[in-house]
Design a protein around this ligand. Structure first.
Ligand code: ATP
Length: 245
């Protein structure tokens, strides 16, 4: 049989609407992420980036629209079920267990898995990407620096062996040198074939990593395309600044 030229996307979001009371946070967002792709979701504060990720993870309920993952509808399924289907979320603000050690946080990331050898292999893989975590294994997560906590949050999300990694602002509250290190690690994960949907306010660094990007503005996609094209597009800045076109 001939291979399909354009296989179905791993994640397909169609007409997604989310309200918080009277606030219409998402007004019909549609986007796709294909297997092996890194897709960035960029836009100003309050554009709806985090809400999109949280709705994919089952943390927010959509009012309307479809979310399909690997061909299955997942809209409004419980978060634990969505994790077990293969979607892992490294949330904004990291949400680590600050009173637990680095080792315990990593173990909790893998708590849905039964393949002990695979878990040990993935932990070694994370230590290769983020060597500082190996040195800090018995340290309480709450005592790590912002950049170290971000590395732990990424490693913890990866310990679930996801097929899709949702990343919310990995550069937030991280010193510039560590931001570079974290994005180099994400580039390595991309080379290893990891599929990612990345929310990031630092548009330059996001477009540098991503294959494609969507620009959100007040709950709508106003622009999308290949990263290289968007980098050269003046409309991106306009969408960001909210300037009229
Ligand atoms: P930021 O980078 O500031 O997080 P964002 O693009 O991720 O921005 P969202 O956090 O998704 O934006 O917010 C989209 C809109 O929904 C905003 O108007 C925000 O105030 C509103 N919103 C988000 N979460 C809630 C909530 N739990 N309750 C009420 N309103 C919310």
């Amino acid at each position: 049989m001939l291979e399909s030229i354009s296989p179905a996307p791993l994640l397909a979001i169609d007409g997604l609407e989310v309200n918080f009371g009277a606030v219409r946070a998402l007004k019909g967002v549609s986007l796709d992420v294909h297997q092996g792709e890194v897709v960035a979701l960029v836009g100003a504060n309050g554009a709806g980036k985090s809400t999109t990720l949280r709705t994919v993870s089952g943390l927010n309920r959509p009012k309307a629209g479809r979310i399909a993952f690997a061909g299955q509808s997942i809209a409004a399924r419980p978060p634990a079920e969505i994790v077990s289907l293969g979607i892992s979320h490294a949330p904004e603000g990291r949400r680590l267990f600050g009173g637990l050690t680095v080792a315990d946080n990593l173990r909790l990331g893998a708590c849905t898995r039964r393949d002990r050898d695979g878990v040990a292999r993935d932990q070694d893989r994370m230590f290769a990407l983020f060597p500082i975590l190996k040195q800090r294994l018995s340290q309480l997560a709450g005592t790590l620096s912002g950049g170290e906590q971000q590395q732990l949050a990424l490693a913890r999300a990866m310990m679930a062996a996801p097929r899709l990694l949702l990343l919310d602002e990995p550069s937030l509250g991280v010193a510039p040198l560590l931001v570079r290190h974290i994005f180099e690690a994400l580039a390595e994960l991309k080379r290893q074939g990891m599929t990612m949907l990345l929310v990031e306010q630092n548009i330059a660094i996001a477009l540098d990593l991503a294959d494609r990007a969507y620009v959100l503005r007040t709950g709508r996609v106003v622009l999308s395309g290949r990263s290289a094209e968007l980098t050269a597009n003046d409309k991106v800045a306009q969408a960001y600044l909210g300037a009229d076109e």
